[in-house]
Ligand binder design. Sequence first.
Ligand code: ADE
Length: 260
Amino acid sequence: MNENTYTFDLLTLFPALFDGLRSESLLGKALQSGALDLQTHNWRQWTTDRHNTVDDLPFGGGPGMVLKPDPIVACLRELRPQRDPRTPVVLLSPAGRLFRQDLAEQWAQGPGLILLCGRYEGFDARVEQHVDQVVSIGDYVLNGGEVAAMAIIEAVARLLPGVIGNSASLTEESHSSGLLEHPHYTRPREFEGAAVPEVLLSGNHAEIDRWRRRQSLLRTKLRRPELLQGLTIDKKDRAWLDAEWAQLQTAAAGQGGDRD
Ligand code: ADE
């Protein structure tokens, strides 16, 4: 640990779930080098009753259990003064704002992140007064916030200096430009009858760049069309995309099925 160490604090009832992450290659190395620190805090230790109760029945009735506010807030109160006051406190919940690459980039600026992992029906709503943001990793419900926290840790950690070797691969990947990344190919040149696109073998880097940019656009239009909303697209690329799209539609109509 040093003054540049990026610290992830995980408030969780299941700290052992993070053991695998610690030993995983890139993160494991970053932990060893001191670029990263990952600390788990089991807030069951902040319960004060003799059964160490962390949950209770929901007021108003209904299924499941709700996480009590007192132990998690007590844990947070002890932790926060030990961290840089700019460290965001984030509660993980399917009822949160969607986690996206721009948030990962913002959080990677540092100094660290405090992540609250819920379970069961989630936390008592009053816990939200003690956090900066409520964040979801997608429109599906997990059994708890731990897997969501791991996704966030990976997305943020790989943007930190000293965690991933090749910074070019960071700027060229999906979402960093607002588009999905272009397809990649490696050897063999032909695999089960499918050949690598000729342009990639041409050595013409301007042509290759153009092909990749256009494939990115096409892939995005096919799989995530909403990402193209509000994006300025070069006129020639737009014309190519429209023509390609029309061709695909005709081919799909002929086959009577979806492409992709
Ligand atoms: N906890 C349960 N489901 C979740 C989700 N989709 N995102 C974040 N935290 C969660």
